[in-house]
Design a protein around this ligand. Structure first.
Ligand SMILES: NC(=O)c1ccc[n+]([C@@H]2O[C@H](COP(=O)([O-])OP(=O)(O)OC[C@H]3O[C@@H](n4cnc5c(N)ncnc54)[C@H](OP(=O)(O)O)[C@@H]3O)[C@@H](O)[C@H]2O)c1
Length: 325
């Protein structure tokens, strides 16, 4: 099979597409013939050795995929060859085949394309967990989404609207801001402008945002927290800007505000029942047509290096997906 292989951590250009042996199927495992695999910001960090955990070299990157069951271990009864599935893994998703424990897979409804299935889980589960379980976002509240045209950002925009909030989307270019409007944002802000906090104040009638969804970090996060409403909740989701901000804690005191961490991977491990409920809720919204995961660009697996470079250069809106086979 073909696979994307990281041989060293020197540069994205060091990644190669190689022929590898088909993975075997051990007890409890299912082998999937992958149809599409998503590329996220974290993949860009992982292939450069910049993520908090490093995979031993060489390794196949890729954490989210969709495809068809190809082979099943004798002790697995939940899946049969030919079933469409989606899956999450720590690595190995950017390949033609992958073997994973059956618990890593979920059924993919037949009408959902692989591209949408591969890009749904991490971003939408993070968004729902953050807004619902961590911020208790209520109908009528104002939600500010930073990095709103990115993968997890656009999921938060859509989910914020579904939960009944007024959504203000912050992004760096007119094209990105238009994109967030198409996905339901009520207002947009150019947060690269020096006076963007004044605009935010005007848009919220002086009140400030009740909830801030923050996958960006850096100076923008600090400025956003300074603008938060009384009893606001600032969701710490990620640091795409590359800098972990240091917040003066008196700001939290003055606003009665909360700084709330979001780590959906551990949510899945530590609260499996609530996690399963989130998956059912998202599946239902998808089936009812209330959620439309957007794949802004697809490239063939062979163009993995180009895809990772686009992510690193801040050129991707929504989700970028590699098609396989
Ligand atoms: N906590 C969790 O459970 C969880 C789950 C999923 C993702 N995350 C994290 O969330 C962050 C975003 O992930 P994503 O997949 O949504 O990434 P993405 O699609 O690349 O979006 C990130 C956004 O951040 C903005 N940004 C600002 N400064 C940037 C910079 N220097 N480089 C790149 N982007 C920059 C960009 O928007 P503008 O150009 O408009 O500024 C971009 O659209 C990552 O740190 C990821 O690790 C966390």
């Amino acid at each position: 099979m073909k696979a994307v292989v990281v041989e060293n951590y020197d540069s994205i250009d060091g990644i190669s597409i190689r022929e590898m042996d088909l993975p075997g199927v051990s007890a409890g495992e299912v082998r999937v013939r992958i149809g599409a695999a998503a590329v996220g910001f974290v993949d860009g960090l992982k292939v450069q050795g910049l993520y908090q955990t490093k995979d031993p070299l060489p390794f196949v990157p890729g954490t989210e995929f969709a495809g068809v069951v190809d082979a099943v271990a004798g002790d697995v009864s939940a899946f049969k060859p030919g079933m469409p599935v989606i899956g999450m893994t720590r690595s190995g998703g950017l390949a033609e085949y992958i073997s994973v424990p059956s618990a890593a897979l979920k059924n993919l409804p037949a009408q959902v394309p692989f591209e949408a299935g591969a890009s749904f889980q991490a971003n939408y589960l993070t968004g729902l967990y953050a807004l619902g379980e961590r911020a208790y976002l209520r109908e009528g509240e104002t939600l500010l989404v930073l990095g709103a045209a990115g993968g997890v950002g656009i999921a938060a925009v859509q989910l914020g609207k579904l939960l009944g909030a007024k959504v203000i989307a912050a992004a760096s270019t007119p094209d990105k801001r238009d994109f967030t409007t198409r996905f339901g944002a009520d207002e947009t802000i150019d947060y690269t402008k020096a006076d963007w906090r004044d605009t935010l104040k005007t848009l919220t009638g002086g009140h400030g945002p009740d909830v801030i969804f923050d996958p960006v970090g850096g100076e923008v996060a600090l400025q956003a927290f300074r603008s938060i409403a009384w009893r606001g909740r600032h969701l710490v989701v990620g640091f795409a800007a590359g800098e972990i901000p240091k917040l003066p804690l008196n700001l939290a005191l003055l606003k009665g505000a909360s700084l709330v961490g979001v780590f959906w991977g551990d949510f899945a491990r530590r609260q499996p029942k609530e996690f399963a409920h989130s998956i059912r809720q998202l599946g239902q919204w998808y089936a009812e047509g209330k959620l439309k995961p957007h794949v802004s660009q697809t490239l063939p697996l062979e163009k993995a290096v180009e895809a990772l470079k686009l992510m690193a250069a801040r050129q991707v809106k929504g989700k970028l997906v590699l098609t396989v086979g």
